[in-house]
Design a protein around this ligand. Structure first.
Ligand code: ADP
Ligand code: MG
Length: 236
C-alpha cells in the first residue's frame, strides 16, 4: 500500500554518500525500522511526510504518487517523541485541531473525537491541559489525533522512547491494533529491539542511508549473520 522506490536524498552540502530507499509496507502492517543513530531513519520518515523533498524517486500510497504533494495534503500522520501538543489548550481541543484547524466541527466530527478518546481510554479527561496528564496519556493524545485524522500512512519516530517498557508495550499494542483495524501502513522507528518484536512481523535495518536488510523480525534480531546488525545489537 505504501510503496517507496529509488527514493534518493542528499542533505545540501552534507554527507558525500547519497541516501536511497526502496521499501513497501502492506495495508494493516507495522514495519519496524532499526539502525544506528545517523543512519537515515528520520530522513526517510521526513521524506514520506514531506518535510524534506527527495532528489528523485517515488512514494506511492494505494498507487497514487504523493511525493509532489504539500505536507498537509499527504495521507500521512507523523508522531514524534516530542509530542506537538499545545500546552494552553485542553485535551479535547488538542485532538480537535487534528480534524479541523479552524475548530468548526460537525456533529459527526465531534462524535469521531469522542469515539477516539474512548478507544484510547481518555474519556473524562477532555478538559485537562497536557501538563496535567502523564507522559503515557500525552502520547495517547497523539494516537487519538492519528485516529481522527484518518490518514492511511502512520509514521512513528521514536514516539514512545521517553516511556518505560510497560507503557511502551501498551502503546505499541494499541498502535498495532489501530493499524490493523484501519488498514493503515505504519513505520515504527525504535532503538528497542523488543518494540520491533511486539510490533512487527518484518523489520528493516538501515545503515548509511540504505535498507541493508529486511527480514522477519525475530530472524533479523536473533539469527542474523550480518555483521552490521550484530554490531548494532551488541551481539558480536
Ligand atoms: P537517524 O534518524 O537514523 O538517527 P537521521 O535521518 O536523522 O538519522 O540522519 C541521517 C544523516 O543525515 C546523519 O548523518 C545526519 O548527520 C545527517 N543529517 C540529518 N539532518 C541533517 C541536516 N539538517 N543537515 C545536514 N545533515 C543532516
Ligand atoms: Mg532519528
Amino acid at each position: 500500500m505504501l510503496e517507496i522506490g529509488a527514493l534518493r536524498y542528499q542533505f545540501p552540502g552534507a554527507d558525500p554518500e547519497i541516501m536511497q530507499f526502496d521499501l513497501s509496507v502492506a495495508a494493516g502492517e507495522v514495519l519496524s525500522l532499526i539502525g544506528p543513530s545517523g543512519s537515515g531513519k528520520s530522513t526517510l520518515l521526513n521524506l514520506i511526510a514531506g518535510f524534506l523533498k527527495p532528489d528523485s524517486g517515488h512514494i506511492h500510497v494505494d498507487g497514487e504518487a504523493i511525493e509532489h504533494l504539500p505536507i498537509a495534503q499527504r495521507p500521512v500522520t507523523i508522531v514524534f517523541q516530542q509530542h506537538n501538543l499545545f500546552p494552553h489548550l485542553d485535551l479535547y481541543t488538542n485532538v480537535a485541531l487534528g480534524v479541523d484547524p479552524s475548530l468548526k466541527l460537525s456533529t459527526e466530527q465531534d462524535q469521531l473525537i469522542e469515539d477516539a478518546l474512548e478507544s484510547l481510554a481518555l474519556s473524562g479527561l477532555e478538559k485537562r491541559k497536557p501538563g496535567e496528564l502523564s507522559g503515557g496519556q500525552r502520547q495517547r493524545i497523539a494516537l487519538a489525533r492519528v485516529l481522527v485524522r484518518e490518514r492511511k500512512v502512520l509514521l512513528l519516530d521514536e514516539a514512545f522512547a521517553a516511556l518505560g517498557p510497560a507503557q511502551r508495550e501498551e502503546l505499541i499494542v494499541l498502535v498495532k491494533a489501530l493499524v490493523e483495524r484501519k488498514k493503515m501502513a505504519a513505520l515504527l522507528v525504535s532503538h528497542q529491539p523488543r518494540d520491533a518484536l511486539i510490533a512487527s512481523d518484518r523489520t528493516a535495518f538501515v545503515q548509511n542511508g540504505r535498507i541493508i536488510a529486511l527480514q522477519p523480525t525475530r530472524q533479523l534480531l536473533e539469527e542474523t549473520d550480518l555483521v552490521e546488525v550484530r554490531s548494532y545489537l551488541g551481539s558480536l
